[in-house]
Design a protein around this ligand. Sequence first.
Ligand SMILES: [Zn+2]
Length: 65
Amino acid sequence: MSEPTRYQTGPVELPLRLDPEPTPVDGCPYCTELARVRSWARAGGDMTTVSDCNVFLRRHPEGHR
Ligand SMILES: [Zn+2]
């Protein structure tokens, strides 16, 4: 369980209540991997992991611009 203590201000941070799933960025290995893990997790009904992946897809450490 990760507890974010600081907030990154990204270029795209939309205050959406509906929380649409982020899409992987083309050519980003992190996104590609996260999207793959997410699809596995969803297939296995592991919604916790799915939402974790979504969080990381939005802002993983080695972000893109
Ligand atoms: Zn990425």
